[in-house]
Design a protein around this ligand. Structure first.
Ligand SMILES: Nc1nc2c(c(=O)[nH]1)N[C@H]1C(S)=C(S)[C@@H](COP(=O)(O)O)O[C@H]1N2
Ligand SMILES: [Mo]
Length: 302
């Protein structure tokens, strides 16, 4: 496979700063570490000062309306979900459409660790060490046809196991979408685990999307359908509240939500540097993704 620039945080970036700086001094060519890091210069320093959100917080403070609207509902009720067997329908403008088992999808994929900040539109954030593969690798395997311009995703509908689906809080299935170039961006991950373990049900087992430069609602969980389309697909929060949530949902500290500021966020958990943090353009991933939005008015395409 052709070499592709892979940009990711490493454990070094999220180790408490003092430990990290000591480790750096022991390494030769330490500059390369920062150079290969997520973002350069002063922002890299800010990233280095982060520590990953604890496993407990990542798995007990969740949004997953299929199990209820409370932050602790998913951890309480998602165990009821059967995640094996699991199949994913891949259809639309692809060379090899079909129903793939979870095992088929993961087989042959390179599972890597990606430590990403997740920024919810509700103005809180976490740092999560995900395990997964690039969506681009899956799309290349199924063969994207000419004319495909978007990718849409759907979550499972199974009210017997997903108790929140017995209420019409959102129109089921939960759905999301990306422009094809966004889907092919090397940062876009299909996550199958976190902290080196299988994905807990409350985090979207057995497979979910992670798009770190977009608000968390784009990162759809427990995916059962992926479609390649010519038209821009619908996405759940835009369907419900179009004036508050757009299709793009790029993290942007300069475009406030109609009901609250997006300039800063609360860091979930009691980490070393917990508290509030300034929100960065594209959630800190500007270097990797800003080129995709050149010429677009991000206050219109919010
Ligand atoms: N199917 C589905 N996916 C979903 C959601 C949801 O309610 N249903 N919530 C989204 C929101 S708002 C956020 S912030 C993230 C939270 O991911 P986490 O619980 O793993 O931190 O999942 C997103 N994916
Ligand atoms: Mo969210």
């Amino acid at each position: 496979m052709a070499h592709r620039y892979r940009s990711k945080l490493t454990w070094a970036d999220v180790t408490p700063e003092e430990v990290y700086l000591n480790r750096r001094q022991l390494m030769t060519g330490a500059g390369a570490i920062f150079g290969a890091g997520l973002i350069g210069g002063g922002q890299a320093q800010a990233q280095a000062a982060l520590e990953p959100t604890s496993y407990d917080d990542v798995t007990s403070y969740n949004n997953f309306y299929e199990f209820g609207t409370g932050k602790t509902d998913p951890a309480r009720y998602a165990h009821a979900l059967t995640t094996s067997p699991w199949s994913i329908e891949i259809d639309g403008l692809v060379d090899n459409p079909g129903t793939y088992s979870f095992e088929d999808v993961v087989d042959g994929m390179t599972i890597e660790e990606r430590i990403y900040r997740l920024r919810c539109v509700e103005a809180w954030s976490m740092v999560v060490p995900w395990n997964g593969f690039e969506l681009a690798d899956l799309l290349e395997r199924v063969g994207v046809q000419d004319g495909a311009q978007y990718v849409s995703f759907e979550t499972l509908v199974r009210p017997e196991e997903m108790r929140g689906q017995n209420r019409n809080t959102v129109p089921w299935p939960y759905r999301e979408g990306l422009r094809l170039d966004e889907a092919m961006n090397p940062l876009t991950l299909m996550a199958t685990g976190l902290y080196g373990r299988d994905l807990p049900n409350q985090n979207g087992a057995p497979i979910r999307l992670v798009v770190p430069w977009k608000y968390g609602f784009k990162s759809i969980k427990s995916i059962v359908r992926i479609s390649l389309t010519a038209e821009q697909p619908e996405n759940t929060w835009n369907m419900i509240l179009p004036n508050e949530y757009g299709f793009y949902a790029n993290v942007n500290p300069n475009v406030d939500h109609p009901r609250w500021s997006q300039a800063s966020h609360r860091v979930v958990g009691s980490g070393l540097f917990g508290g509030r943090q300034d929100t960065l353009m594209f959630n800190g991933y500007e270097e990797e993704v800003a080129h995709m939005y050149e010429g677009m008015d991000l206050t219109v395409n919010y």
